[in-house]
Design a protein around this ligand. Structure first.
Ligand code: ADP
Ligand code: ZN
Length: 520
C-alpha cells in the first residue's frame, strides 16, 4: 500500500514526497478506516482523500460546499489523468445524466458533489447503485452551528454513516476549535475515527496589534510605508470603508486597489489580476477577497477594523507569507471598534442564542487583542494547540508591554459613567473625569458632579485606553438604542466596590507602529 501510494504521488501528482502527516492519513483511509483531519489552509488536504480514492476500488465521493473550487479541482485532476467529475447546479440534465452513467459504469475515480445535491432522493438512490470507495467531507466545520460557516445541508450528512456504514469517511477542515471538532465527530459518526491534527503555527508570520487613534489613518500609513513595494492586503469592515481607504491610500501615493462584492465584476476581476500579477499592489478589501487566492508572496495582511472572530482572523492572516519568507499580520483597533461591533451584534436580527455565540467570539478576539502575552500562544491556544509562548516573533515577545494597576482608574471611570446617568459615550465621560469644560458639560451641569476632575492624573489618550479595556472586558457596554451610550454591566459591581483589581496594558506611544516592523 505504502509503495503504491508513493508511486501515485510521484507519477500522477508529480510530488517528490509526502508532507506532514499526509502519508499516515492516506494509509489510514486507504485501508478502510475513518479519519478526521485538521490541517491549515495550504497544508495539502486534497491529497489525503484523492490518493486513497485512487488506491481503493470504486469511486470516491467528495462533498464540497464551494462550486467554484470544485470545478477547479476537477479540472486539475483531469489534467493529470484522473477520472474526475462533479455534480452540481451548473450542469444541465444531459450533462448530469452522463456523469451518472459514468459513475454507474465504474468510469470515475472521484466525484465531487454539492451537499444539497447529494441529499436529493435521486442522488441518494444513484449512490446506492454505485460502487463507492470513500466519502470525503471537505470544509467539515460547516456542520457546526457554532462555526462561522454553518451550512444547513451539512447537518443532514448523518445520512452518510447511517446509509453506508461500511464506506470509510474522511472529514477535513482548516478551522475547528475543540467544540467544533466534537460536533463534526458527532454529526458525521466519527467518534471512533483517527484524528490527525497538524500544527497551525505559521512561524514566519509576525503578529502585531496596535491601538488606533481616531480613524487609525496615521498608523496604517506608517505601517504601509514600512512595507513599501511589497504586496499585501488591507482588510476593512465594510464596502464603504474599503472605497474610502483605497482612495486615501492612492492619494498618499500607495499603489492601492479596492475589492468588494459591490464592485462591478469586470473591474473586480481586473483588480484581482493586477494584485496577482504585479508586484507591490496593496489590495484594500472586505473579506469577500481571499477565498481560493493563492499568491505565495503576500508580505502583509493588515486589518484596519476588527475581524469578527479569532478563526476569521487566523484565516485572513494566513494569506500572508505562504512562501515561508517573513510576513506580517498587523491589526489596529480602538474603542470605537469594540463599541460598534458589540452594538451591531446586539442590534442584529439573529436569535438570542446566535447573538450570545457572536458575542463570545468577539470576546475571544478582544482577549487576543488586549493580551500582554505571546500572541502566537494565544492564537494557537484557540485551535487547541499548546505553544510555549515566547515565540520571539510577535509584538508582545519583541517589546513586552508594560502593565499598570488600573483598579483605581477603572473605579473612577465606572463611577463617572454612573454619575453622568449612563447616557453618554466615552468622549464626554472623559471630559468630565479630566475636568474639561465643554458645551455638554455646561448644559448638563456635570461640573457639579463628585466625579468632576477626579481623573486629571491621566491624559485623554490614556483614559481612552482605560475605556477600551473596560468595554473589552465586559465591564462596560454600549447601549445600541442610545447611540452607543456606555452603561454599567453585571460585572461592574465588584470593581466599583473595590473587590476586583485590574491590570491594564500601558498604551504604547504613537511612534511604535513602525519600530521593529521589519525583520532584520
Ligand atoms: P488545502 O486544501 O489544505 O488548502 P491543497 O490540497 O490545495 O491544500 O494543497 C495546497 C498546495 O500544496 C497545492 O498546490 C498542492 O499541489 C501542494 N501540495 C500538497 N501536497 C504536496 C506534497 N506532498 N508535496 C508538494 N506539494 C504538495
Ligand atoms: Zn510571541
Amino acid at each position: 500500500m505504502k509503495d503504491a501510494a508513493q508511486e501515485l504521488l510521484q507519477t500522477t501528482f508529480g510530488h517528490a514526497g509526502f508532507r506532514g502527516e499526509q502519508a499516515e492519513i492516506v494509509e489510514c483511509v486507504a485501508s478502510g478506516n475513518d479519519a478526521l483531519v485538521l490541517m491549515p489552509t495550504g497544508g495539502g488536504k486534497s491529497l489525503c482523500y484523492q490518493l486513497p480514492a485512487l488506491l481503493r476500488d470504486g469511486c470516491g465521493i467528495v462533498i464540497s460546499p464551494l462550486i467554484a473550487l470544485m470545478q477547479d479541482q476537477v479540472e486539475a485532476l483531469r489534467q493529470v489523468g484522473v477520472r474526475a467529475a462533479y455534480l452540481n447546479s451548473t450542469l444541465d440534465a444531459a450533462e448530469a445524466a452522463t456523469v451518472e452513467r459514468d459513475l454507474l459504469d465504474g468510469n470515475l475515480d472521484l466525484l465531487y458533489v454539492a451537499p444539497e445535491r447529494l441529499l436529493t432522493p435521486r442522488c441518494l438512490n444513484l449512490l446506492d447503485r454505485a460502487s463507492i470507495s470513500l466519502f470525503a467531507i471537505d470544509e467539515a466545520h460547516c456542520v457546526s452551528q457554532w462555526g462561522h460557516d454553518f451550512r444547513r445541508e451539512y447537518r443532514e450528512l448523518t445520512v452518510l454513516h447511517e446509509r453506508w456504514p461500511e464506506v470509510p469517511r474522511i472529514a477535513l477542515t482548516a478551522t475547528a476549535d475543540e467544540p467544533t471538532r466534537r460536533e463534526i465527530a458527532e454529526r458525521l459518526g466519527l467518534e471512533q475515527a483517527r484524528r490527525f491534527v497538524s500544527s497551525f503555527d505559521r512561524p514566519n508570520i509576525r503578529y502585531r496589534v496596535v491601538q488606533k487613534d481616531g480613524s487609525g489613518q496615521r498608523a496604517l500609513l506608517d505601517f504601509l510605508h514600512a512595507h513599501r513595494g511589497e504586496s499585501g492586503i488591507v482588510y476593512a469592515f465594510s464596502r464603504k470603508r474599503v472605497e474610502k481607504i483605497a482612495e486615501q491610500l492612492q492619494a498618499a501615493g500607495i499603489n492601492a486597489l479596492p475589492y468588494h462584492a459591490g464592485i462591478d465584476a469586470g473591474i473586480r476581476a481586473a483588480n484581482q489580476r493586477r494584485f496577482l500579477q504585479t508586484d507591490g499592489v496593496v489590495m484594500v478589501a472586505t473579506i469577500a477577497f481571499g477565498m481560493g487566492i493563492d499568491k505565495p508572496d503576500v508580505r502583509f495582511v493588515a486589518h484596519v477594523d476588527l475581524p469578527k472572530s479569532v478563526e476569521g482572523y487566523y484565516q485572513e492572516t494566513g494569506r500572508a507569507g505562504r512562501d515561508g519568507a517573513p510576513a506580517e499580520a498587523w491589526l489596529s483597533y480602538g474603542l470605537g471598534d469594540v463599541v460598534n461591533l458589540r452594538m451591531l451584534i446586539n442590534q442584529s436580527e439573529a436569535g438570542e442564542e446566535r447573538k450570545q455565540v457572536e458575542l463570545r467570539k468577539l470576546d475571544a478576539l478582544l482577549g487576543y487583542c488586549e493580551s500582554t502575552e505571546c500572541r502566537r500562544q494565544a492564537l494557537l491556544g484557540w485551535f487547541g494547540e499548546a505553544h510555549d509562548g515566547a515565540c520571539g516573533n510577535c509584538d508582545n515577545c519583541l517589546e513586552p508591554p508594560q502593565t499598570w494597576d488600573g483598579t483605581d482608574a477603572a473605579r473612577k471611570a465606572l463611577s463617572c459613567v454612573y454619575r453622568t446617568g449612563q447616557r453618554f459615550g466615552a468622549g464626554h465621560v472623559i471630559d468630565v473625569l479630566r475636568g474639561v469644560q465643554s458645551d455638554k458639560v455646561q448644559r448638563f451641569g456635570h461640573d457639579q458632579l463628585s466625579t468632576w476632575g477626579i481623573g486629571e492624573d491621566l491624559d485623554a489618550r490614556q483614559w481612552s485606553g482605560v475605556f477600551r479595556q473596560l468595554v473589552a472586558l465586559g465591564l462596560l457596554e454600549a447601549d445600541h438604542e442610545r447611540h452607543g451610550a456606555l452603561q454599567l454591566t453585571a460585572l461592574s459591581g465588584p470593581v466599583l466596590r473595590g473587590e476586583r483589581s485590574l491590570m491594564f496594558r500601558k498604551e504604547a506611544p504613537r511612534s511604535t507602529a513602525r519600530r521593529g516592523s521589519r525583520s532584520p
